[in-house]
Design a binder for this molecule. Structure first.
Ligand SMILES: [Zn+2]
Length: 232
């Protein structure tokens, strides 16, 4: 949908607006069929969490329902000082977190997040683990996973080395998790308001990279860029 259509729409009468809002609430989904499916699952997750369209979603509150126990990296025992230093230092970019495939006696699974990545990236990593659970994915081995939102689509190198789910499940969990954090309808509205990605990211409490990844995969990038240029 072009910019003109968007501008025209906002100048229609109240009845139109109402219908438009109704449409937004129920049907406004990204253009591609694959993204539509991811978005519907993400919206179901947000519904479950009880957050409305533009509120940020807190994965730490949802983790409980997915029976995921988030533990602090510092609480992990059995790591040598060398391993610890490597995982937080030179190797800190190679992993962002992961869930143990084996469950605890009470049925919960442990999730460890990389403290060096900051809370915004931790939220995306945890959201992906939650999505795996809600989508019913079955992990096949213990692993720590590398993540990079900007090269995520089509990236294979790091994932291949440390994948714990099959490729389709990995893609779906990451995409659904990201969509749950940054839902399309609210994102689209912010893009058409001419908001910049750091501002959008702040609203949803995610990294700028994740906000831009969402703008791109939902086909809003061209509109985003042209609005940004116009504003300058
Ligand atoms: Zn995963």
């Amino acid at each position: 949908m072009g910019l003109t259509t968007e501008a025209q729409r906002s100048h229609k009468g109240p009845q139109r607006c109402l219908r438009y809002n109704h449409h937004v609430k129920n049907l406004l989904l990204p253009p591609s069929e694959k993204r539509k499916q991811f978005e519907l699952r993400a919206l179901a997750l947000r519904d479950f969490a009880g957050v409305d369209g533009s509120q940020p979603l807190d994965p730490f509150a949802l983790a409980h329902f997915a029976r995921l126990l988030v533990v602090d990296f510092d609480q992990v025992e059995g790591l040598s000082p060398e391993s610890r230093t490597h995982l937080l230092g030179a190797g800190g970019n190679e992993w962002s977190g992961g869930a143990c495939s084996r469950t605890l006696p009470n049925g919960w699974r442990l999730v460890i997040l990389n403290p060096a990545h900051g809370v915004q990236r931790n939220r995306a990593t945890l959201m992906e683990e939650i999505a795996h659970v809600f989508l019913g994915h079955k992990p096949n081995r213990l692993a720590v996973i590398g993540r990079n939102a900007t090269v995520r689509e089509g990236a294979t190198t790091r994932e291949t080395l440390a994948r714990e789910y099959n490729h389709a499940d990995e893609e779906a969990a990451y995409a659904v998790g990201a969509a749950a954090l940054v839902p399309y309808a609210a994102l689209r509205s912010l893009v058409f308001q001419g908001r910049q990605s750091p501002d959008i990211a702040r609203r949803f409490r995610v990294s700028r990279q994740l906000a831009e990844y969402r703008i791109k995969v939902t086909h809003l990038w061209a509109d985003y860029r042209s609005l940004q240029n116009r504003e300058r």
